[in-house]
Ligand binder design. Structure first.
Ligand code: HEC
Ligand code: HEC
Ligand code: HEC
Ligand code: HEC
Ligand code: HEC
Length: 185
């Protein structure tokens, strides 16, 4: 005998499933952001790098600003990744840090070689993204890069920086949403 309760429970599960499938296809952006706001942990993706650079240590122990290393963000399109010259200032010897990952930096400094970082945020070539305009409009790095700049290991936010996300904020902030704004060529 199947009890009435079981039938009801099954029915509810089926309805919820059906509704979520419809919501997913009909309101992809809204469902996606709702999902990530309930389970923020899924919006982080660990990224492998030749050296596990620690943003948090540089922020807390030496209090470096983001633009100390990403020095083009305020004036140019790209934010820029730091060259090995900049690391040399503190990591020519192990005086600053004897942590294993920091010792790897010394090797690159000695060999005068750039560290081959894997890029985390990289839009396709057909999108133009100007950092400077956003910084001048007082949009904080963390709005678009989340925890990337303040964590112990390289980490990418996967819930943002796609077209719907850009357009959603442009709509709210009354910035242009013409196709040519972001796809100029
Ligand atoms: C001491 C230098 C230094 C400072 C200070 C610094 N960064 Fe970085 N940042 C790096 C290096 C080196 C990388 C490349 C390694 C990596 O991806 O973790 C990087 C990578 C990044 C990336 C990913 C770039 C990409 O697309 O591959 C973002 C975003 C970023 N930093 C944001 C920030 C923010 C926000 C701050 C300030 C809170 C900050 N950084 C402060 C050195 C720095
Ligand atoms: C102004 C000085 C300064 C500069 C510039 C600097 N660092 Fe550091 N870095 C430090 C200090 C201080 C620590 C030690 C933190 C600790 O051991 O608690 C450190 C630690 C590290 C570590 C080890 C962290 C860990 O948890 O394993 C790595 C890797 C590192 N730095 C990479 C870099 C790279 C790559 C650059 C160039 C883009 C750079 N640093 C530029 C001061 C600096
Ligand atoms: C409005 C969103 C937004 C803001 C605000 C923002 N970024 Fe970015 N950032 C992006 C996007 C999108 C990319 C990928 C750009 C591309 O591929 O052309 C990116 C790329 C980067 C990169 C990769 C290297 C490069 O040269 O582009 C770094 C580093 C970075 N951002 C750091 C920062 C820092 C530091 C700040 C704050 C001063 C900041 N970003 C503010 C959206 C943003
Ligand atoms: C958090 C809000 C926000 C996000 C997210 C955002 N933008 Fe913007 N964007 C702005 C604001 C505000 C302006 C400035 C509008 C103005 O000055 O009229 C702007 C301006 C621009 C401009 C210049 C527009 C012009 O009139 O020349 C471009 C291009 C642009 N954004 C592209 C992007 C792209 C591509 C993304 C996604 C990767 C993005 N933006 C994400 C808020 C945002
Ligand atoms: C605020 C910036 C912005 C505006 C405005 C914008 N786009 Fe995009 N577009 C992007 C970004 C960023 C991507 C990168 C792909 C992604 O990850 O979504 C993209 C990707 C695309 C793609 C490739 C999509 C894919 O799935 O491969 C097409 C086609 C496109 N845009 C068409 C348009 C059209 C048509 C308009 C005008 C209605 C427009 N875009 C307006 C930012 C923008």
């Amino acid at each position: 005998m199947i009890s009435m309760k079981k039938v009801l429970a099954l029915f509810i599960v089926a309805v919820v499933l059906l509704l979520s499938i419809i919501a997913y296809h009909r309101y992809l952006y809204e469902t996606k952001s709702l999902f990530y706001s309930i389970f923020p942990i899924y919006s982080w993706a660990l990224v492998d790098q030749p050296i596990l650079f620690n943003h948090l240590h540089h922020k807390e122990t030496v209090q470096l600003n983001c633009s100390f290393c990403h020095r083009y963000a305020e004036k140019y399109l790209a934010a820029g990744l730091p060259k090995i010259e900049l690391c040399r200032a503190c990591h020519a010897t192990d005086a600053m840090s004897k942590r294993p990952e920091a010792l790897k930096v010394i090797e690159y400094v000695k060999a005068d070689k750039e560290i081959p970082w894997n890029r985390m945020y990289e839009l396709p070539k057909y999108v133009a993204f100007p950092h400077w305009i956003h910084i001048q409009n007082h949009i904080d790095c963390s709005i678009c890069h989340g925890f990337t700049g303040v964590k112990e290991r390289p980490l990418k936010m996967v819930d943002r920086n796609d077209m719907e996300w850009c357009m959603d904020c442009h709509k709210k902030r009354r910035a242009s949403n013409d196709c040519y704004t972001c796809h100029s060529s």
